[in-house]
Design a protein around this ligand. Sequence first.
Ligand SMILES: Cc1cc2nc3c(=O)[nH]c(=O)nc-3n(C[C@H](O)[C@H](O)[C@H](O)COP(=O)(O)OP(=O)(O)OC[C@H]3O[C@@H](n4cnc5c(N)ncnc54)[C@H](O)[C@@H]3O)c2cc1C
Length: 516
Amino acid sequence: MSLEQSPPDGFLEDAAHYPGGHAAGVVFPRTPGEIADALRSAAAVLPIGAQSSLTGGATPMGELVLATTKMTQVIDRSAHQVTVQAGLTIAAMQETLAAAGGWFPPTPTFAGACAGGVVSTNAAGAATFKYGSTREWVDGLVVVLADGTILDLKRGEHRAHNGSIDVLTATGRISIPVPGYVMPNVSKRSAGYHAAPEMDLVDLFIGAEGTLGVIAEVTFRVLSPVPQSALALIPCRSEPQALELVMALRRASLDTWRTKNRCGIDVAAIENMDARSIAILREDAADARNDVSFPDDLAVVLLVQLELPPELTPTDAYDQIGGALTPGAADSALVRFCRMLAERDLLDTTELAMPGDRRRAEQLIAIREAVPAGVNRRVGIAKRDIHPGIAKTAADMVVPIERFAEMMEIYRQGFQGRQLDYAIWGHISDGNVHPNVIPRSYEDIERGKDAILEFGRAAARLGGCPLAEHGVGRNPIKQQLLRQLYGEEGIAEMREVKRALDPEWKLSPGVIFSSS
Ligand SMILES: Cc1cc2nc3c(=O)[nH]c(=O)nc-3n(C[C@H](O)[C@H](O)[C@H](O)COP(=O)(O)OP(=O)(O)OC[C@H]3O[C@@H](n4cnc5c(N)ncnc54)[C@H](O)[C@@H]3O)c2cc1C
């Protein structure tokens, strides 16, 4: 085989630091044909992108690692679409698009992730509230099946009919059964196989975490022009106050999109950090480092990403803010936003980064990113100093926004009832947060897992999904959350889907569910 190969060192773990990674070797295909060669020659294959998976799904357990690192071409580009190879990073794709004034909206926080990886996990960024998750932006895929068959799929070409999706390939007909479970109706979901009565075959491979086929190429829908954004870091005095503001901003934005009002508030994303997250920022001096001073009476910090008309100049933006509270100020999105904050007595303590003020925007984003970094560092220290079995113990759950306050109460009671230290932050505009244990002993990890399983049952009961954006991977708790969500029957239906496309169980064995 002419495929480039190397020993597996450097590819044995993903960002979850899942233990025990080992591999038969690594291959670096450059084309769908070379992917097919690799699949035909190996007993088991694990496709990987940037290995930024937070679930162990990109950690090999004896398979041949199929690294897409060399598949970085932009194949085709138009005003509305871009077709790229699977190994192109989202950051590189954004750069290419920006040169022509376009952009790809559902970017995950980690823009070093690859096209194939974000599709395989149905990744979602902070801006899901406005733009949805990756799924809504995929128009087509080139997928290589476990037996080397190459499928060139366009959305709309293969739809489910009478409980199955039929595909005619060069070697015969494949009939894929559609599972009968009902997926939670929420804005983001990365919880096993997509299933709906008239579903598209493209949707089956999105979020399948590499278990059904290797994605070689992706056609994404893109937008232009790139919008101007302002960021606002808003310290709130209580959780009810923060949630009331989130709901008001969501309502105003939905109204703006419906009426296409150019003066309306247009929010793409709202992130939240709870009181413990803020304490971590202070302990780590992340506030001082980023030139932010929080008031003392503080329960939640929100980070709002506000989209503004492309023609607004920085000077106009500053003028609008300066005059927002004066009677007779001209109507604009910024004026409305400032008034909304002033009505709640929040304007004076809000930190703003105006369009074009890149340095301030980076500082405000750094504040948000310092929270997971601070928690991960504390977990690492506890693992080193207290017990080697200590690991990140965190949930990634979404509920309909109307049930968010209820779910937050469940997170708090669940952790406090088990005497756990914890922090909660995330994408509040979607009702999606990441409750994290801050471990002080190995027992905290066991109690934390128990709490997470309880949260998963509650999220499902409230109409949400216990696996929102990171996927399932090899993580035993996430696999258990998936079983809780769809039951053993649902997992058995997923196994039937896998059997139809990968009867020898060659692709990513043990990811999402076990073979038996
Ligand atoms: C700092 C940080 C921030 C993050 N923020 C977000 C966020 O905001 N939103 C979010 O959704 N996720 C987030 N993640 C998780 C992760 O970045 C995403 O899941 C990302 O989409 C994974 O892309 P990747 O290229 O790293 O894939 P990998 O980690 O390499 O792989 C992920 C999964 O996809 C499969 N896979 C990869 N490439 C292919 C392919 N070509 N064909 C078939 N299967 C393939 C792998 O087998 C694995 O199961 C974050 C992770 C980190 C470390």
